[in-house]
Design a binder for this molecule. Sequence first.
Ligand code: ADP
Length: 526
Amino acid sequence: MRSSSKSLQDGKVKGETTPVSVLFAVSEIYPWVKTGGLADVACYLPQALREIGMDVRVVVPAYRSLMAQIHDYRVCTETRLPEAGIRYRLLEIMLPDSQVPVYLVDIPELYDRPGGPYTDPGGTEWPDNALRYAQFCRVIVAMTLNQAGLHWHPDLLHCNDWHTGLAPALLKAGGSNQPVVFTIHNLAYQGNFPYEIFRLLRLPAGFWSSESMEFYGSMSFIKGGLVYADRLITVSPSYALEITTPEYGNSMDGLLVHRQETLSGILNGVDYRHWDPRHDPFIWHHYWTDSLDIRRLNKLELQEELGLDRNPDAVLLSHISRLTGQKGIDLILYGLTDLLPDRNVQMVVLGTGESVYETGLLTAASARLGQVAVCMYFNEGLAHRIQASADILLMPSRFEPCGLTQLYALRYGNIPVVCTTGGLADTIIDVNEQTLSAGTASGFRFPDPTTSSLVTAFRRALDMCRSPGPGWHNLLRSAMQKDFSWNNSARRYAVLYDELVRVSPSRPAVQSHRTIPSDPGPVPGW
Ligand code: ADP
């Protein structure tokens, strides 16, 4: 039986939903290619949707680093893009330990390169990223329209972030009624390119309009999603409201106000099979709420691993992030003297990003040997070990669409100190007398992204952590028991899919659609 409820607004899922087949298009996926939380979502949300009966399949580019990790894929099809003439193969593999099929778009000249998904080994963006993701989007559209030679096609297309933003535009401009969901994981990344690139991509001329993908003299991939998708989802309810304001709208707020009827938030979740201190294979000592003393052993191990002073009584601060302005690492750097008032407070930072922050952190670490550890690389296991060892997570984000790091921290008892914005506001309950006695408190919030505000909240946390008595451990217990499992979010997505598929006209197995008036020849000059 299909759902009879329109329940996204009140957050309750009532009734049941019919299985819907979904193509989930995304630019990165854990465990093969990850730069941030998007990869976690691409891995865990489809699994949670499968568990409630949805036929979800993922499509990602076949990057070299990904291909190096897999062997048992199946070649499904080898064909040509009708509009662009480019040849591609679709490979299929199962996501590890899951029932989720993943299609890999194999176009060696675009994806078979060293480095990360978006950058070369030196961290510089690939100059042809517009082409790389435009062709990815063209393949997504072919798959959605059952024109890719697969014996499967989705009822609905679910796109994520700018890399997939052109797909809804191409699909709808081609006359398709196929429902499309577009999830905004971070509005700050828009995929904006100059007119010259728009011309080289040979997109329909009509896309160069302020009603379409033109954006203040550039072409904006994310606008393709924002304008053409049937529903827009942000990864937290607060962020859905925030991005309709000039402060957080990244100049898209006018458009988002216009599309407000279709915009809502569904909070991301945590896969507790992979993030749980009771059985995490990355950590040394497993523990739970009734064995918090064991947790201290992890701190000693981490101090050893990172060259920090071996000191079980030190309060260990942590920060795990892409080191960008968004994450507020500069607020931490400016506040270092207050955040590290004595040798009994230590800090570990795990992250890579802008060189100005990396340099600042290296300077801080060399001035405080044994007290500050800075790890400037990507290491999944270390992220888990830090969560299982540190006492306080500093997350002074200027904006935060959802944030998974604080959700993982809660489960591990690494108490978050967060700026009250976006998903941080939606997930962290501030410590005060009422929330402590009700057992709902989970962290320390501060109102503005300033160093003084951060330091004030941090002092509250430090005082409580150092106070004798059971207060701190009670806070850890209440934080660790919070439930942000993917199941809740998946059920909300399932209701949304169901609504959209129910209202869309039934489609033939093979779609015939208007030809998109783009130039058929291969794109020169790339
Ligand atoms: P965002 O998606 O904005 O990067 P999130 O908090 O939603 O932020 O997700 C970040 C994810 O990336 C988490 O899984 C976190 O553990 C991980 N992460 C970030 N930096 C690193 C790093 N240097 N090494 C390992 N994991 C990292």
